[in-house]
Design a protein around this ligand. Structure first.
Ligand SMILES: Nc1ncnc2c1ncn2[C@@H]1O[C@H](COP(=O)(O)OP(=O)(O)OP(=O)(O)O)[C@@H](O)[C@H]1O
Length: 303
């Protein structure tokens, strides 16, 4: 696992107050599928500038939680607040424009399109172009397209080191690179409007990553871990991730939320949740405890 590098001199400093304010707050979130309660009164806060991980055995409710926070599922009860505003009933695409973007566990890219075009689709939430301009490709649409291309190329592609594949079709890429493009697409939703001066008080931005290293080899995992740290450090973006790779979770996270049977059974620092007997029991019940211990040992060795 990579060790945390020192912040670069130009890293945006988080104001002390912002560093402690919950940018995302989930309260009493409940989601039922018929008789099954996928989520049952889930509450936790995600603090600005943090890396927060949600873990739990298979079927614990992690995907349901992500889908509810990002607006793909409407909760049966409870609320989601983003930057102090109740967004529980805000449609999913609007949440991205507010600053809450996500990636998907099973890559949701257009496989026949190029890397660049997939990333540009992530910008759609920000476009001011109306449908007629877009169809005719004139006026503001054309200028916006040019600015968009530059911004995407210069910032995201360079940042995620995918310059060499920008014109490649996504379908032709190895899995690890596809996951990186998926992250780039989500990141594209969060960047400031290209060409415009940064707002005086930029709103908070949260990048939700659904199993960002699932199916990756060790080298790909380490690359992704580095990118996640850099997203937070270079752009001050808060990260909320669901991940099964325990070593990575324990190495990167400031705060870990543990779900089991749709409920939060523990939360705290990586050290706190590792030591929590309820957490070990949950993984034991799911038959995963050997794997958990192995991975925790890996995390401790890497720390
Ligand atoms: N669309 C659905 N319809 C019915 N039940 C569902 C649906 N989605 C999830 N569930 C149920 O809700 C519970 C939580 O599932 P969920 O997929 O959120 O868990 P998870 O923690 O993401 O699991 P995994 O780690 O295997 O991805 C499970 O009992 C699951 O069977």
């Amino acid at each position: 696992m990579p060790t945390r590098p020192e912040p670069r001199p130009h890293a945006p400093a988080l104001a002390p107050a912002a560093a402690h304010a919950p940018v995302l707050s989930v309260q009493g979130l409940t989601l039922a599928f018929g008789g099954v309660k996928a989520l049952n009164g889930v509450s936790f806060d995600v603090h600005a500038g943090s890396i927060t991980a949600v873990i739990g055995p298979n079927g614990a409710g992690k995907t349901s939680l992500f889908n509810t926070i990002s607006g793909f599922y409407r909760p049966t009860a409870g609320s989601v607040h983003f930057d102090g505003a109740d967004i529980t009933r805000v449609p999913a695409p609007r949440r991205a424009a507010l600053g809450l973007a996500r990636s998907f566990q099973n890559i949701a890219l257009f496989r026949g399109m190029t890397v660049l075009d997939n990333i540009k689709l992530g910008r759609h939430a920000h476009l001011k172009t109306n449908v007629f301009e877009a169809l005719l490709y004139v006026g503001r649409a054309r200028r916006e397209e040019a600015r968009l291309r530059r911004a995407v190329e210069e910032r995201i592609i360079d940042f995620l080191e995918i310059d060499h594949i920008r014109h490649a079709s996504v379908a032709a890429l190895p899995y690890g690179l596809q996951k990186r493009v998926e992250m780039a697409r989500a990141l594209a939703m969060l960047l400031d409007e290209p060409g415009e001066a940064a707002p005086a008080t930029p709103g908070p931005r949260v990048l939700m990553l659904d199993e960002p290293v699932a199916g990756m080899n060790r080298e790909e995992t380490e690359d992704m871990a580095r990118f996640i740290l850099d997203v937070r450090r270079e752009w001050g973006i808060t990260v909320l991730m669901v991940e099964h790779d325990m070593a990575m979770v324990m190495d990167l996270s400031d705060h870990v939320v543990v779900l089991n049977f749709g409920q939060v059974i523990a939360q705290g620092t990586p050290q706190q949740v590792q030591a929590d007997p309820e957490v070990v029991r949950a993984y034991l019940g799911a038959g995963d405890v050997g794997e958990l211990r192995k991975r925790l040992r890996g995390a401790a060795l890497a720390a």
